[in-house]
Structures are given as C-alpha cells and as structure tokens.
Design a protein around this ligand. Structure first.
Ligand code: EPU
Length: 420
C-alpha cells in the first residue's frame, strides 16, 4: 500500500463538462497486438494510467522499440527478441495475458507468468488456453508460468464454455495469424472486443462478426503496420455519469459513445435521474430524489460488472430498497464494508447485495481494495458530508486518467496528500 491518501470534501454537486479518455481495457489489448505486425504501428488516444505504463514496460522488455507521449504510442516490433514475460511484469496488470495470444500468433511460442490484476474472484484463464490448444499449441502451466509451443498454428472452431472477454480477445489475437479459418462461438460482445478486431483488421487481418457471439477469422501470414485511435472508456463514462447523479449535479460527459452506455442509462432513468444523449456526449442531471432499483450484472449489452461497484455508492442513498446481483465475479463486494463505514446500510449474501436507503453518507477513513472499489469510494466521498480519507488511491490510477483534475474542473473539492 502506498503512503498516499485522497481527500474529498463531499456534498458539492458536480457541474460542467468533462472529456472521457481512451479505454483502458481496449488499450491493454491493442498495445500488445502491435507485435503481430511486421511493421511499426502508431496507437493514439491511450490513457495516461498505470496499466498502460505497465504494458509499455512489458513491450519494451520484449525488445520492441516503444515511445509513449501525450496518449500516442509508436511501436516498432521488428526488434522483438524475446517471448518471455516474467512474474514481475505480468503481476502488474491483468492485460498481460494478451502477450500469450500475441506471442503465440507471431512467434508460435510464449513463456508468460500468470497474470495479476484486481483481486475480484478466481479469474480463470482456462478458456484462453483451450483456444490456444485448439489452434495447435501444446500448453503447460507450471510454477505460475504458462508455456506454449506450436510447430504450426492452424485455424479451428472454438466454442467457449463461458463468455470471456479476455479469452475471446486472446484467441482472436492468435488466430488472426494462424493458417486457415477459425470460428469463435459464444464469444464476448463487449465494445473493446470490437475495437481490437477493428485494429487488427486495419493491420490486414480478416475478422468478421466481432460484437456478435460468433466471430469468424481468416488467418493471414503477415500483418502490416497501422495507425489507430482506441475508443473512449465505457467504464470511465459510466463512473462519471454515476458521480454526476450521486452529487445531484449537472454534467455533460463528452467524447463518449452513448450506445455503449444503454444498460446504465436505463437504470439511471429508472431511478429518476435525467439522462440525455447529445451526439457523442451525454448530459446527466441528478437533481431530485432517487428511487432504489435492482441491478443484475451481465455480459454486454447487459449492466457491466465494472460499473456495479460505483453504482452501489449511488444506491446507498436511493429511497427504499435496492439490490445488486453480481453474476460475473464471485468476490466483487469488497467495497461494501467501506461504504457501510460511511453510514450505508448494505448486507451481502454471496453474490447478492441488499441496500436499505439511508438519508446521507458521512465521511470516514476508507481503504481501496481494487480499481472499481476505488471508483465506488470516490463516488461515495463526493456524496458524503465532511472530509473522506481514501487510502490506497493508487488502485484508482490503474484505470482513471487524471481523475482528480477532471473532478476538480467539475468543482469537486479533492486532493491527494502524502502521509507521514
Ligand atoms: N472465466 C473462466 N475461464 C476463463 C476466462 C474467464 O472461467 O478462461 C470466468 C472468470 O473467472 C469470470 C468470468 O469468466 O468469472 C468473466 O471473465 P472475463 O474473462 O470476461 O474477464 P477478464 O478478461 O478477466 C475483463 C476486464 C475486466 C472486466 C471483465 C468483464 C480486462 C483487462 N479486464 O476481465 O475489467 O471486469 O473483463 O467485463 O479487460 C476492470 O476494468 O476493473 C476489470 C476488472
């Protein structure tokens, strides 16, 4: 845990316009995907977050020439000289697992340590490995390291036993340089699956059907360089929408894709929040009482699990009862104790959280346990009267670019201090 603390004096309605940054979960896949090319690539709109910096370090450690400045990364993959990603690198982010698909597709082998990332459940990767095996790789897991080798990679039909975002993208990455055709069935449909497919197609890959549950890939022997900008972050957009509602503010969230937000928008409307789409912006007006609602997390286009935690902060003060049923990860309620410390009334039973609305949240010292728990506590801090002290705020830096600056520009009273 760092010795920093985030301090928020809450109760101020957020007001103004805020611009959404590039997507975290698409960036951490598009960045390694550049290694599938035989030529340099340029990626733009990358967020300045710690997960992106961790991925820059991994690509550099493999021998790629990488420069990253002002959201723009130039990668020359022609100097890559290693197919090994050790524990020190892999543990820094979940997205390190994408090096498996990329290195297998490009070099027909990899030795990559099991990925790190937020502790929100078991987070298996068996479906990724099942896909690699179907493409012809022999795969072993030993001492926390996954190794794979293939003399030839050949297209295959892969039916995922479980809808998995990471697994879908990882197998797509490897399959686009396999010989012949692949079909991925029961594929994830999240916006970043589509974004990664669009990037790969811009490099000369042939991927059809991304965004549906059936993805068809014709493998290509070579991919060329490309210049690409990643899509805006769906979860940052949603977190800002929730924060606007939770503070009874009036915020225009610009540079976003409103169609990606429909599940959240529907819930906010149901609560009595006003939400209006304006081209590539969404205005959220949260004045007035909020009604309690029932939320069930689901794969896209359902309500995203990544927004369940910030949403739970908003639900603490909604009138009557609310509930959240988490279907994706079995341990994603670690923020609840902290919300209760701030006066919320939430009971968790397995995957179900039951809320009884309280009139207000009160400031308290709280600790972040994972990225979106951090987003929940940030929203709670903005709601609470008094000064909330958020410990371990570095988790928030994994996924939210310059969040204090953005919130300050919306009139929030927020700052970070070193302890001791
Ligand atoms: N699963 C398996 N086997 C697999 C893969 C997944 O059983 O081989 C299970 C998982 O245990 C989980 C469920 O399937 O219960 C969904 O996992 P998925 O693979 O879809 O998630 P992920 O790839 O580990 C990504 C995001 C998460 C986001 C989830 C769901 C990245 C780097 N991470 O994780 O993002 O919550 O998809 O949308 O893209 C976050 O941003 O805070 C975050 C955790």
């Amino acid at each position: 845990m760092s010795n920093e603390v985030m301090l928020i004096r809450g109760g101020i309605p957020l007001e103004g316009t805020v611009r959404v940054s590039g997507g975290k979960n698409t960036s951490v896949a598009v960045m390694p995907a550049t290694l599938l090319s035989d030529e340099p690539c340029v990626i733009e709109n990358l967020p300045d977050i710690s997960d992106v910096h961790a991925m820059v370090d991994i690509l550099s450690s493999l021998g790629a020439k990488v420069s990253f400045r002002d959201g723009r990364m130039e990668v020359d993959p022609t100097s890559v000289s290693s197919s090994q990603v050790g524990y020190e690198h892999a543990r820094r982010l979940r997205g390190s697992y994408y090096l498996m698909g990329v290195l297998l597709g490009r070099y027909h082998e990899f030795e990559v340590a099991q990925p790190g990332g937020c502790d929100i459940g078991l987070r298996m990767i068996d479906q990724h490995l099942k896909g690699f095996r179907a493409l012809g790789a022999s795969v072993e897991e030993r001492n926390g390291i996954v190794t794979a080798k293939a003399t030839r990679l050949t297209g295959a039909k892969i039916n995922f036993d479980q809808v998995t975002v990471g697994g879908t993208i990882n197998v797509m990455l490897a399959a686009c340089r396999a010989e012949g055709n692949s079909i991925l069935l029961n594929a994830a449909k999240e916006p970043h699956v589509v974004d990664v497919a669009n990037f790969l197609n811009s490099m000369g890959a042939s991927i059809k059907g991304a965004g549906t549950d059936t993805i068809r890939i014709s493998g290509r022997p070579n991919l060329h360089g490309s210049s690409y900008a990643v899509i805006p972050d769906q979860i940052e957009t949603g977190t800002l929408m929730i924060a606007a509602a939770a503070t009874h503010g009036d915020v225009v969230i610009s540079n976003c894709i409103p169609t990606h937000m429909e599940a959240l928008t529907a819930k906010l409307l149901e609560m009595g929040v006003r939400v209006e789409e304006q081209g590539d912006a969404i205005e959220v007006r949260g004045a007035g009482p909020h009604r309690g609602v029932r939320v069930k997390t689901q794969v896209y286009p359902g309500f995203p699990t990544d927004l369940q935690q910030p949403m739970s902060a908003l639900l603490t003060t909604a009138s009557g009862d609310s509930e959240i049923y988490e279907t994706i990860f079995e341990n994603r309620f670690r923020h609840v104790d902290e919300l209760n410390r701030m006066g919320a009334n939430i009971r968790v039973s397995g995957r179900l959280a039951l809320f009884t609305g309280v009139p207000e949240l009160l400031s308290a010292p709280v600790t972040v346990t994972d990225l979106r728990a951090g987003a929940a506590l940030l929203v709670a801090g903005l709601m609470a009267s008094g000064e909330t002290e958020i410990h371990a705020p570095e988790y928030i830096d994994r996924g939210y670019e310059h969040i204090e600056d953005k919130l300050r520009a919306l009139h929030a009273d927020i700052r970070r201090e070193r302890l001791g």
